[in-house]
Design a protein around this ligand. Structure first.
Ligand SMILES: NC(=O)c1ccc[n+]([C@@H]2O[C@H](COP(=O)([O-])OP(=O)(O)OC[C@H]3O[C@@H](n4cnc5c(N)ncnc54)[C@H](OP(=O)(O)O)[C@@H]3O)[C@@H](O)[C@H]2O)c1
Length: 450
């Protein structure tokens, strides 16, 4: 035995997945288990903490996950003991519930290596059928990738969060897709900071959408309360926050505020400078068949058939199966830090930064994780022509143009403004929730007057 080699330390990974009882979230959990078993050392273990909204859904999900693990070709009985599924509950539209989950996690777990912020709602009320049929018949690939026929009501709010007479408005889609997750990730930052190499620092992984476009987003209406496309607005905000999260210009809010890492100037002489700030990443699943748009069964099949045709016609984003769609978030959660940096390096070497990773396939269905073009950020924030050959070859959204320096500066400025507003909103709501808790505990302590 080579004495100079130190024994390998086993890794115990902890990954949180929200919205795991259906669609993409369920497949993310299955694929995390499969990829972990095929890529990690036999001493390593994985705990997948999955969230649902009820005890019944939690039990059903756990049963189906265990069944998947047992039937998976990649797992042997000893392998199975290395993957542990633990259920948690949270309603992201209910901030006290989000807060309660983060407290339970901080109490019961030693660390979190990644949180996959998957849960979400579309908030749609229906479909403009005439536009949908016409669009799909005349412009299939574009219309089944960036549909323009979904209808959503304007200004839908969450239920009340506290018993206060007055409460600031909180958009339902904004809260479920962005703000609930934002509060959750902020509150578990201490656990993410405990993640260690080779996977560390801890990762916040947002699940966005190919449909996100800054054209749907208005900085003066960050919650999307006045727009007819609140889902697209919420996903655009997701992209903006994640893609600008590591820029020096957003650091006062993203690093010091959100992740609670003091700046060099604010650090006391005794404070350790070795604290590692978690990282934020963004991905999307492409298009996959789930119940996020509730459709009657015959229409589900018609939609799936249209997606197959789009894929054969060269659309890279029609993953169709949720298992294939889960690849990008799983890649971001399980890859070593070195592998993630290697994937980003062509973009960073050309002056870019964070990349929006998407689950994509070729015409025959061979899957891969690909960089996704974002309006205002291009491919990985690189100005000019795409630097990676596969990005140049991949089919683009109609009308897409190469990123200009001015557009990139505007995007960075938008990121700064979004981070500032999100932190202000978080602090405001933390105050409201603190007060509500205090009132509740003092009313419990009060003598009954008997
Ligand atoms: N399907 C696609 O093609 C596609 C494309 C792009 C992006 N995405 C994104 O992928 C993610 C998953 O969507 P999906 O397609 O898998 O849809 P889905 O099957 O409807 O799953 C959504 C999940 O989120 C949960 N959820 C919804 N509202 C919640 C709340 N307020 N609190 C906690 N959990 C909540 C749902 O739980 P309940 O069952 O209790 O409602 C469910 O588990 C979403 O972020 C979506 O935007 C999907």
């Amino acid at each position: 035995m080579d004495e100079s080699k130190s024994p390998r330390e086993s890794q115990d990974l902890y990954i949180l997945v929200t919205g795991a009882n259906s669609g993409l979230g369920f497949s993310i959990c299955c694929r995390l288990a499969d990829e972990f078993l095929s890529s990690h050392h036999y001493d390593d273990t994985l705990t997948i903490i999955f969230t649902t909204r009820s005890a019944r859904k939690a039990e059903d999900t756990r049963r189906r996950l265990e069944k998947h693990l047992h039937s998976s070709a990649k797992s042997t009985p000893s392998d199975r003991a290395r993957v542990n599924f633990v259920s948690e509950s949270v309603d992201l539209g209910d901030l006290p519930s989000t807060r309660a989950l983060s407290r339970r996690l901080c109490q019961h777990y030693p660390k979190l290596d990644a949180v996959i912020l998957n849960a979400g709602i579309g908030g749609w009320s229906g479909i403009n059928w005439f536009e949908a049929i016409w669009g799909i018949c005349t412009d299939l690939v574009h219309q089944v990738t960036w549909p323009s026929y979904k209808l959503a009501p304007v200004g839908v709010l969450t239920s009340r969060q506290t018993q206060r007479e007055e409460e600031p408005a909180l958009g339902a889609v904004f809260c479920a897709n962005v703000f609930g997750h934002y509060m959750l990730a902020h509150n578990v930052a201490p656990l993410l900071k405990k993640a260690k190499s080779p996977n560390g620092p801890g990762r916040v992984i947002w699940v966005s959408s190919i449909e996100a476009t800054i054209k749907a987003f208005d900085i003066n209406d960050i919650q999307g309360l006045q727009t007819k496309v609140p889902y697209e607005s919420s996903k655009a905000l997701t992209d903006i926050l994640a893609l600008t999260s590591d820029l020096p210009s957003t650091a006062p809010w993203s690093v010091e505020g959100f992740f609670g890492t003091p700046s060099k100037e604010d650090r006391g002489p005794d404070e350790s400078s070795t604290e590692v700030t978690p990282e934020m990443h963004v991905c999307h699943p492409g298009i996959c068949a789930t119940s996020i748009i509730p459709l009657p069964l015959p229409l589900v099949w018609a939609m799936v058939a249209s997606c197959w045709i789009a894929r054969i016609l060269g659309s890279p984003w029609h993953a169709i199966s949720t298992y294939v769609a889960a690849w990008a978030p799983v890649f971001l959660a399980l890859s070593s830090q070195g592998a993630l940096e290697a994937a980003e390096s062509p973009y960073r070497q050309s002056g870019g930064g964070r990349v929006k990773w998407g689950s994509s396939t070729n015409r025959l269905g061979a899957e891969r994780v690909s960089s996704t073009e974002v309006e205002g950020w291009g491919y990985g924030g690189v100005v000019g022509r795409p630097v990676v050959e596969s990005d140049r070859l991949r089919r683009r959204k109609r009308g897409a143009v190469d990123l200009t320096r001015e557009e990139k500066e505007n995007f960075e400025e938008l990121g700064r403004a979004c981070w500032k507003q999100m932190e202000q909103l978080r602090i405001k709501w933390e105050g409201i929730l603190d007060q509500a808790e205090q009132r509740q505990s003092s009313s419990v302590d009060k003598p009954t007057g008997l």
